[in-house]
Write a protein that binds this ligand. Structure first.
Ligand code: C5P
Length: 234
């Protein structure tokens, strides 16, 4: 299930731009140098759902990062509606009811569901403030196990948590990680970054990469260099 036929699918380019026009321009510049794109809130709520369908029609894979969370029934209905889009990945928060609803809504569809265990902007104090009694790493491990039980296909986590997550989910589910920076790149606001090669060695299946590609003077060359590093480490 974790076998990746096209090595390019390991690199997911985050289309973190405000308009569909800019996103499409970027996709065109990347050409066949990238096969997988992530669309988050900003673009999704600015015409990005239609773009997602168009990219899928053109043979690209799309990761729709909506981090859904609601009562199980509402999540099920929402995921059912998204089924027609034939997404590659869709995110939900890793609450058991939410995950069960998403798995039901996906039914026999091809969309692979990813669960977000604990938002990486939360530390132990933030969780305590939010009423949790578990530390971040305990919550991540618990929710990763619950994701497995619910029938979720993969986990989104920071590279720092990849080991804990892999121990909790076993070999069948995939791990998707942001916070990747090629050697020498500006880490920006990402705190604990890994290089693409380190991420592969940490057991990451797919890495989400935004600014190092989309803000590069030559995005295609930047993506190519990252792919070379991934290929060498794979
Ligand atoms: O530009 P950069 O490579 O940092 O982009 C990473 C992408 O992954 C962005 O779309 C960002 O929202 C997302 N992300 C993240 N850190 C997390 C979760 C998601 O950077 N902990």
């Amino acid at each position: 299930m974790r076998a990746i036929n096209d090595l390019r699918d390991r690199m997911i380019v985050a289309l973190d731009v405000p308009t569909v026009r800019e996103a499409y321009h970027l996709v065109t510049r990347l050409g066949d140098g990238a096969s997988f794109y992530k669309i988050g809130y900003r673009l999704a709520f600015a015409g990005g759902l239609s773009l997602a369908e168009e990219l899928t029609r053109e043979g690209k894979k799309v990761f729709l990062d909506l981090k859904l969370h609601d009562i199980g029934n509402t999540v099920r209905e929402g995921v059912e509606s998204l089924g027609r889009m034939d997404l590659a990945f869709l995110t939900v928060h890793a609450y058991p009811q939410t995950m069960r609803g998403a798995v039901e809504g996906r039914g026999a569809g091809r969309t692979r569901l990813l669960a977000v265990t604990a938002l990486t902007s939360y530390d132990d104090d933030d969780l305590h403030d939010a009423g949790y009694r578990l530390a971040v790493q305990e919550l991540v491990a618990l929710r990763a196990q619950q994701a497995r039980t619910a029938g979720i296909d993969g986990i989104v986590c920071s590279a720092a948590e990849a080991g804990i997550v892999r121990a909790a989910i076993g070999e069948g589910m995939c791990i998707v990680t942001p916070g990747i920076r090629p050697a020498g790149a500006d880490s920006g606001d990402q705190k604990r970054t890994l290089t693409p090669a380190e991420a592969i060695r940490a057991g990451v299946d797919h890495m989400v990469i935004g600014r190092p590609i989309i803000r590069a003077v030559d995005p295609r060359a930047a993506a190519g260099a990252i792919m070379d590093e991934i290929a060498q480490a794979s």
